[in-house]
Design a protein around this ligand. Structure first.
Ligand code: FAD
Ligand code: SIN
Length: 532
């Protein structure tokens, strides 16, 4: 089915996609597609906040240094400077859109309250209590819904990018002209054609059994861009958040790093020992995430624990309730009063540092395709993302993509005729169980073999399984009508493959990639760039 042509297609309705949409809609007609609900990405789930230099005692240089220390030197300095210097302006725009950031006590409507998180040498995180993402998502969506130049279409799962090979006359070039998407309600595939396409489809966290990311974080955009011919980089740099709630019913509830920023301690659950002293005596609980996550992983493995404790009960009750209202309420519902008791926590996958390679203008390798946010690799995060730098990246690169598209608009051709999606050789599946089984299998071996601590042997085992599953899923994909589950499974395998290949290619331990076979860090920091 062909829909009305828009000038620009945006895949994703999170912070990156909607920021780009709002900037483009001043002069262009923009279509935003989202899988499931418009709030289903990670943006709405963000707790801690957004990092920006806003305090008189802080400097851009401090924030740049903290970002590069966390990133273990793999960051591209010009990207880090670009993002950090644009951060205060991004916060101003969010305030204009109505995001009700917390104000410092006693400052009336004056100064913003700045909290602190691991790896930051200063307080510089603006937040809306412990539900920052929800407020940001709501403000961006409201502005987009009110804009007559923006059409929002939820319930659309993009399957593949449309390139020159999908033209009615085969050109075979890699120019991107939009995407084919499954209408999840009608079960029909639509083609959405545009002069420019922006990928803002989030990360690939759900490739792991335990992840704080939402259900739809299956690496779709990364896989689509890779299949279309774009380079992908640093996919081995998967970030594990140190403190995800340990609960057999609720598997992916994050306990924000701001709990440690506001004084929370990590304790051995039986002895009460504050164990970070044994791993990073200076920075303790506020060491970068990779350091803290590895320390917890080590405690769990060394002592055969199910979890460790995160304890902030020594702070006044009112302070805890005021800073963490959402977490307090959620935990009370599970029988844990965090004002009096420690919280059981474990590390879980949290953020995809790697992704589709982009420049400062958010352009990918493919003409007609831009990318922003968690699906991209801009050079900001390097080998480990500094806390609260990712929403920031979405705002800065969402804006950069829009600016570059507008700047070069006159050079962007109108799309050629594009073929409809061909369903003539497929039937409805009669074995959905295959999809469920493969989903579970991938997520489990990725957790066990490609987790916080890696070895070459385990990575090779994972690679072997990926090859087997890929064959099975490709057969399935070519025989049956697509569903969202099948689209996601195909992309999970692609993402898993990119992660494992990148991990095998890195012969050192750096940031989030830690392997027992190469524990040292090489003198020169190099990106892992995979070329299709
Ligand atoms: P998302 O917000 O994830 O949006 C992705 C969009 O793409 C969605 O609309 C989705 O429906 C759509 N999509 C995906 N696949 C398809 C497809 N095939 N077809 C069509 N649409 C598709 N970062 C911070 O800076 N500060 C924090 O405090 C913070 N807290 C976090 C807490 C949690 C629990 C999590 C999981 C992450 C947190 N992060 C935080 C990270 C941050 O939230 C994300 O990196 C950021 O929101 C990503 O935004 P995005 O716009 O790139 O993608
Ligand atoms: C958190 O609140 O701990 C998450 C912050 C982030 O991922 O940047």
């Amino acid at each position: 089915m062909t829909l009305v042509h828009h000038d620009v297609l945006i895949i994703g309705s999170g912070a990156a996609g909607l920021t780009a949409a709002l900037a483009l809609a001043e002069t262009k007609r923009v279509l935003v597609l989202a899988k499931g609900d418009l709030r289903s990405g990670s943006t709405a789930w963000a707790q801690g906040g957004i990092a920006a230099v806003l305090d008189a005692g802080d400097t851009f240089e401090n924030h740049i240094r903290d970002t590069m220390v966390a990133g273990a030197g793999l960051n591209r300095r010009e990207t880090v400077e670009f993002v950090i210097e644009n951060a205060p302006r991004a916060i101003e725009r969010l305030i204009e859109l109505g995001v009700p950031f917390n104000r410092a006590e006693g400052s009336g409507s004056g100064d913003l309250h700045l909290t602190r998180e691991g790896g930051h040498s200063h307080r510089r995180i603006v937040h809306v209590a412990d539900a920052t993402g929800w407020a940001v998502q709501a403000a961006l969506l409201k502005a987009a819904e009110e804009n007559p130049n923006i059409t929002l279409l939820p319930g659309r799962a993009c399957i593949d990018l449309i390139t020159g090979r999908h033209g009615e006359r085969f050109s075979g070039d890699g120019r991107v002209w939009g995407a084919y998407a499954l209408d999840e309600t009608r079960g029909k595939v639509e083609k959405h054609v545009a002069r420019a396409t922006v990928l803002a489809s989030g990360g690939a966290g759900r490739v792991y059994q335990f992840s704080t990311a939402p259900r739809g974080a299956t690496g779709d955009g990364i896989a689509m861009a890779w299949r279309a011919g774009a380079r992908v980089s640093n996919m081995e740099m998967m970030q594990f958040h140190p403190t995800c709630l340990y609960n057999l019913e609720v598997k992916n509830f994050l306990i924000t790093e701001a709990v440690r920023g506001e004084g929370g301690h990590l304790l051995h659950p039986e002895t009460g020992h504050r164990f970070m002293v044994d791993y990073d005596a200076q920075r303790m609980e506020l060491a970068p995430r990779d350091v803290v996550a590895r320390a917890i992983d080590d405690q769990i493995k060394r002592y055969g624990l199910d979890y460790v404790h995160l304890d902030i009960s020594h702070q006044p009750d009112e302070f805890v309730r005021a800073h963490f209202p959402t977490i307090c309420e959620k935990l009370l519902g599970l029988g844990i009063d965090m004002t009096r008791q420690p919280i059981p926590v474990v590390p879980a996958q949290h953020y995809t540092c790697g992704g589709v390679l982009i420049g400062l203008d958010a352009r990918t390798d493919l003409p007609g395709l831009w990318a922003a946010g968690e699906c991209s690799e801009s050079g900001l995060h390097g080998a480990n993302r500094l806390a609260s730098n990712s929403l920031l990246e979405c705002f800065v690169f969402g804006e950069a993509a829009a600016k570059d598209i507008l700047d070069r608009w006159d050079t962007l051709d109108t799309p050629p005729p594009i073929r409809e999606w061909d369903e003539s050789r497929v039937t409805d599946s009669d074995e959905e169980v295959v999809i469920k089984q493969n989903w579970t299998e991938i997520r489990r071996f990725m957790w066990n073999y490609v987790g916080i601590v890696r070895t070459t042997k385990r990575l090779e085992r994972a690679a072997h399984r990926i090859a087997l599953l890929r064959r099975e899923v490709n057969d399935y994909y070519s025989a049956f009508r697509v569903t969202t589950d099948l689209i996601e499974l195909r992309n999970l395998i692609e993402s898993a493959d990119l992660i494992v290949r990148s991990a095998l290619a890195r012969k050192e331990s750096r940031g989030l990639h830690y392997t027992l076979d190469h524990p040292g860090t090489l003198a020169e920091a190099r990106d892992t760039v995979l070329v299709p």
